[in-house]
Ligand binder design. Sequence first.
Ligand SMILES: NC(=O)C1=CN([C@@H]2O[C@H](COP(=O)(O)OP(=O)(O)OC[C@H]3O[C@@H](n4cnc5c(N)ncnc54)[C@H](O)[C@@H]3O)[C@@H](O)[C@H]2O)[C@@H](O)CC1
Ligand SMILES: Nc1ncnc2c1ncn2[C@@H]1O[C@H](COP(=O)(O)OP(=O)(O)OP(=O)(O)O)[C@@H](O)[C@H]1O
Length: 558
Amino acid sequence: MRRFVMDEPILYLKSRAKNPSVTNTWAIIRISLLVFLLKLHSAFSEETNTAVEKESKLSHVENSNASIEEPTWTFCGTKRLSFIDVVLDANFSTSGSMAVGEECLLRPKCDETTGCNAPLHCFDFSKLENGSLEFSESRVVVVSPHRLESIVEDSAVQNVCAIVLFYAPWCTFSVQFARKFNALGRSFRGLPILALNLAESEPYKYILAYLPLVAFYYRGKTLFKFSLESSFEDLRDIVSNITGFEALPVNLSDPENEGPIRTERETSDQVFLAISVWMQQSSLKAFRACIPPLTFSTHKGSAGRVGVIGGSLEYTGAPYFAAISSLKAGGDLAHVFCPEAAAPVIKAYSPELIVHPLLSADATETTRAILPWLPRMHSLVIGPGLGRDPAIMASVKALIAEVRKMSKSMVIDADGLHLVTLDPSIVEGYRDAILTPNEAEFQRLYTKVFGAKATGNSGEQTKLLAAKLGNLVIVRKGQVDLITDGQNIIECNERGSPRRCGGQGDLLSGTIGLFSHWTNTAQTQVPGQLLAAYGSCYLVKKCAELAFAKHWSIHASQ
Ligand SMILES: NC(=O)C1=CN([C@@H]2O[C@H](COP(=O)(O)OP(=O)(O)OC[C@H]3O[C@@H](n4cnc5c(N)ncnc54)[C@H](O)[C@@H]3O)[C@@H](O)[C@H]2O)[C@@H](O)CC1
Ligand SMILES: Nc1ncnc2c1ncn2[C@@H]1O[C@H](COP(=O)(O)OP(=O)(O)OP(=O)(O)O)[C@@H](O)[C@H]1O
């Protein structure tokens, strides 16, 4: 599924708008092409003629305003306005975001010729001759995503302002805001006042911090986003002040303001989508707040000591990936407890890792040797590369029992999950456990616990299993990672990488091990294990996406 942030098409178009000579040349080429197309098309139908007429008018817009300079910006004057965000890039004199309710007024920068009160040069569509264009009327125009992109594209090469409401008919706040926005549309003639219904758009196509959200575009840039706490009068004044368009008298309570955006709420399954988007955004924010600051007062180990219990003669990469990722993500010390045969190999991969060749087929001896180390670990990652030797499994089972007694965070992955599938009671009811199954591992565990294959909604299946195991945390990995403690569920639907090379799960378990220490220390409102898991899923998917974009074919070390 393609996803992009709202500003992405704008960024793409910026390069064309920045250089006036390129813009002019581009405009001339477009006009010549349009004139040619005009002649060609006018032979066909009446409908085609109308379209061509519109294009011809737009080319007139381009032509007449080709010389207009990019304005610079400043805040001046005082008026109580509410902006969510002021999105001005390096070309502009002011940047930053402003809290709701701050006293400010955004203006093109004061200079000798324009003074402080000069508005933007926004094209007035109502002044077009024979103006039958959609924007020449005074009303909100509901557009498709495709149409919105083309308008933003047009506005990048012309001096067109566009005000866009992103809304959903099932969203209570959108519906409450609809009347104000409908009235805003009726207050201005000649200015594109648009609305995009997210319910009819590709899910996740626009990542919006708020719903509803009003964005103001000018020449292909998002200049700012309005807060919905603004009154209708404030919204109208902002638009009027910035564009220089005079507002028509409109009464907010007029019945005509019932449309075109509906003021009655529709019910829909998409509400879940909104909650999911909100959960992801708030989880990321909450997780970020748990990241320990870098200061000179900390000591070695305080940012995290993670122990990985894993590795075998066959698999030395998996425990290495888990341990090294906990260090690379910000941990201070990473220990690996592995069989003797694997230790020199793992050690040779990296001098950073502290490798203990203490895991053996003798459960009593293993426990005796590793037990003194356990209290020093903040968290344990159990399973990467262990293999399935029954005697080793028995040793690990004994260690899990010791970790439980110490109430330490424990991430169970790979062959550790095989052990849990053989005997789920070893983790049952232990809320500090985080299981990280891939799809195959999830199905095996689910079948073992419920005696039947999982069917139906995958979120519900995952919640059911986590609840049945006593509300521990399950991270079901896949195209969308599902993270649940049996009550709450968070999805991580970052794009990740289409390369499914081995070892990516080990990166995930290693970082969850570290992050669970951070979130437990920070004492969060959202359960710490859930946050740690979300932070890690987000990080691993983001890294995979970036590495894939850079190398095109990735493997875990990248
Ligand atoms: N470099 C290394 O040392 C590595 C070692 N690894 C270790 O290798 C051992 C075996 O791990 P496996 O993951 O192969 O476990 P399994 O032996 O249980 O195999 C899982 C099977 O499920 C399949 N599968 C995975 N995701 C699936 C999905 N979404 N839908 C359908 N089928 C799916 C896989 O192709 C595989 O055949 C573990 O100890 C693991 O830690 C892996 O972590 C990879 C890297
Ligand atoms: N189809 C997919 N598209 C994008 N990302 C995916 C997809 N499937 C899994 N991932 C991501 O890859 C990472 C590892 O998941 P995977 O299912 O490969 O685990 P694993 O089999 O346990 O890995 P490992 O090879 O380390 O044992 C997770 O971050 C997961 O989100």
